[in-house]
Write a protein that binds this ligand. Structure first.
Ligand SMILES: [Zn+2]
Ligand SMILES: [Zn+2]
Length: 169
């Protein structure tokens, strides 16, 4: 129960902080450091300006401040948050990743697109869940990107089918 509340609080606060960090001032002064990594690795999860890390610390401590818990739960929460952030930045969708099991969880593909789109992006700000991006309409270019990729895959599959049937003839 604690972990669910902590995650929801952290996710919602981070969504808005991340949006603030993509304003002209926020990006130029703080967030550009994190976006030096256009194709991130797990280490990029914590590769950020000191001010950004402090803001993210506030989001992580906000849950336990609202709902005090045992120190073991604190440590478990920190470990889960770090693992989730590394997973979102690793650039690979692991089969055991939560994003593969729960459709509204941020995964490597979702956050990778945020880095790929660059500093001026207005898309994919979520840290754990994707629902804020759905509600506030900041996932439109990502959905468009996914649709065009799916079309491209279908086209390629059709061409491969034609190619292979040509060889058989
Ligand atoms: Zn960003
Ligand atoms: Zn990132």
């Amino acid at each position: 129960m604690y972990l669910v509340v902590f995650t929801l609080v952290e996710d919602y606060l981070t969504y808005w902080i991340h949006r603030f960090l993509h304003t002209k001032w926020g990006y130029e002064k703080i967030h550009h450091v994190h976006h030096e990594k256009t194709a991130p690795s797990g280490f990029a999860a914590v590769y950020s300006h000191g001010a950004e890390l402090s803001l993210l610390a506030v989001t992580i401590f906000a849950g336990p401040a609202i709902m005090p818990c045992h120190v073991t739960t604190h440590w478990l929460w920190f470990a889960i948050r770090l693992m989730e952030a590394s997973d979102a930045h690793c650039g690979y969708n692991f089969p055991f990743s939560l994003a593969g099991l729960i459709p509204f969880v941020v995964g490597a593909e979702f956050h990778d697109y945020h880095h790929y789109a660059g500093g001026k992006t207005r898309t994919n700000f979520g840290s754990v869940f994707t629902y804020c991006d759905y509600i506030y309409g900041t996932n439109k270019s990502y959905l468009l990107h996914k649709r065009s990729l799916a079309k491209l895959k279908t086209k390629q599959a059709e061409q491969n089918m034609k190619g292979s049937s040509g060889i058989e003839d």
